[in-house]
Design a protein around this ligand. Structure first.
Ligand code: SF4
Ligand code: SF4
Length: 96
């Protein structure tokens, strides 16, 4: 019989994606939907994409020195690509 620590370690290993895998995936989802990818380094925070999105998928992070788009509700994206067309900085691209 294993002690408490090894039982807990076993439970963590059994978690889908593991603790850190889950965090990584969540961070990636902030910049992706099934149809579009956001490159925040190119984003100037103009908000045109959020205005263009008919499904309200895109939100804006608005902090001092830190303004850019993010995917607020990625599961609602229908792949219309209106956000890609609206972005003049090529910060949004269609996913393959
Ligand atoms: S592809 Fe369409 S639905 Fe998806 S985020 Fe862009 S504008 Fe919104
Ligand atoms: S349109 Fe482009 S530059 Fe403007 S907020 Fe959206 S992703 Fe950023």
């Amino acid at each position: 019989m294993g002690d408490m620590f090894s039982v807990k370690a076993e439970a963590l290993r059994g978690r889908p994606g593991g603790k850190h895998g889950f965090l990584k995936n969540k961070r990636m989802r902030h910049n992706n939907t099934a149809h579009v990818t956001l490159e925040t380094r190119r984003c100037v925070g103009c908000g045109e994409c959020a205005q263009a999105c008919p499904k309200k998928v895109i939100g804006m992070t608005d902090l001092p020195m830190h303004r850019h788009a993010h995917m607020e509700q990625p599961d609602l994206c229908v792949g219309c690509l209106k956000c890609v067309k609206a972005c003049r900085n090529e910060a949004l691209t269609a996913s393959n």
